[in-house]
Design a protein around this ligand. Structure first.
Ligand code: ADP
Ligand code: MG
Length: 388
């Protein structure tokens, strides 16, 4: 695109809208270190911000219109009138529903937000389970927050973005992705309690311990994903009802075994088993990181994968191949991350094994006839911020 180091910067904005922006903001994608399918059970998650971001150059408009443009999407500028910023009919089609939903959610919460022109450029791969959608929402929310002096904090912005995605776009996601994009800090994972909506920064200083965290984007997304997500959510709700708790979060770790024995349905029992053990693995991961012992997180990652594959049953051949190959090549731990049925996996390796493990995974994909995976290093980065 030829915009140098600042791809969504003033020059690109001017080329689209013919005037200078007021500022440029960025929000990252994320990987979830551990705590998968726990968020809609009021449980614990531990996401990390990626170095890849969605950037937005933005300027306010007096006429209430929202105009959006993304360098990643053909089709030019999308213009939305205030009358279109209502959920349901007439629906906002396509990607523009994400930024439109954010403006709708802000106005719906009573904030005085006028119109805006926004130009986006993202380096977060879309649909890879790395939450390009939350990066897009959160960068929109932060830009509007600052353009209109709303003074909202990261947690409030994240909740409004979740509302936009749930109610305006119509995707029933939890609040993890948006909170990670809004609230992460460099060198840390975000230990988020999805019931209390409280969080704590947990040190994840991998280079200091001679470790690397790799993300492997398999490039696949199986059609099963959406239906299976709804089905697993329903199984968790049935499990909570069978146990007489508001959410699976309410089952104490030392009662997990007896709770499972009280669930008659095999599929529900297995789903509940995953969630209960996964919450405990998040707590143990946090304890290991607090104790300055990140290498011991490896087996917890692998145990998470086994549970997601065998009990929650949301893995797939490509994700299993990453995990099995990485472990055989000497990784300390590996697991699928994100919703499953494709997307990305995480691998924890010692510095010296990084190349070997990456190559082993690429070779295994080539031998299996899969498209080449994208392997990249995860350095815990900053959450949403202003760039210019
Ligand atoms: P994920 O969040 O895991 O990447 P989703 O399906 O939740 O996958 O979100 C991907 C969708 O978000 C895309 O199909 C597109 O509609 C929207 N999106 C993400 N990034 C951009 C971008 N830079 N420009 C336009 N739309 C985007
Ligand atoms: Mg998403």
């Amino acid at each position: 695109m030829g915009q140098g180091a600042d791809p969504a910067g003033p020059r690109a904005f001017r080329a689209v809208y013919g005037a200078a922006p007021d500022g440029v903001w960025a929000a990252p994608g994320r990987v979830n270190l551990i705590g998968e399918h726990t968020d809609y059970n009021d449980g614990f998650v531990l996401p990390v911000a990626l170095p890849q971001t969605c950037q937005a150059a933005a300027a306010p408009r007096r006429d209430g219109l929202l105009r959006v443009h993304s360098s990643g999407v053909p089709g030019g500028v999308v213009t939305l009138t205030p009358e279109q910023l209502v959920p349901g009919e007439p629906a906002v089609e396509g990607w523009a529903a994400y930024p439109a939903g954010v403006l709708w959610a802000l106005r719906g919460a009573g904030h005085q937000v006028g119109g805006a022109d926004l130009h986006f450029v993202s380096t977060v791969p879309a649909g890879a389970g790395l939450s390009s959608s939350a990066a897009l929402e959160v960068v929109t929310a932060l830009a509007l927050n600052e353009l209109y002096g709303l003074g909202l904090g990261g947690g409030a912005l994240a909740r409004l973005c979740q509302r936009a995605e749930n109610e305006f776009v119509g995707v029933p996601s939890g609040v993890m992705d948006q909170t990670a994009a809004a609230c992460c800090v460099p060198g840390h994972a975000l230990f988020l309690d999805t019931r209390e909506l409280s969080w704590r920064q947990v040190p994840l200083a991998l280079p200091a311990h001679g470790l690397r965290l790799l993300a492997v984007d398999t490039g696949v997304r199986h059609a099963l994903a959406d239906g299976a997500y709804a089905e697993r959510r329903a199984a968790c709700e049935r499990g909570a009802a069978a146990l007489g708790v508001a959410a699976l979060r309410d089952v104490p770790p030392d009662e997990a075994q007896s709770a499972l024995e009280r669930i008659a349905d095999r599929d529900v029992r297995r789903a509940v088993g995953h969630v209960l053990t996964e919450n405990e693995r998040v707590r143990r991961t946090v304890r290991a990181l607090d104790a300055g012992d990140p290498a011991t997180v490896g087996p917890l990652l692998t145990a998470s994968h086994t549970s997601l594959r065998d009990d929650f049953r949301v893995s797939c051949a490509e994700l299993d191949l990453v995990v099995d190959t990485a472990l055989a090549a000497g990784a300390l731990g590996a697991r699928m991350t994100g919703g499953g049925f494709g997307g990305s996996a995480l691998v924890l390796v010692e510095e010296g094994a990084r190349e070997r493990v990456g190559e082993a995974v690429s070779d295994a994909f080539a031998r299996a006839g899969h498209q080449p995976p994208r392997v990249f290093d995860v350095e815990p980065g900053p959450g949403a911020r202003r760039l210019v």
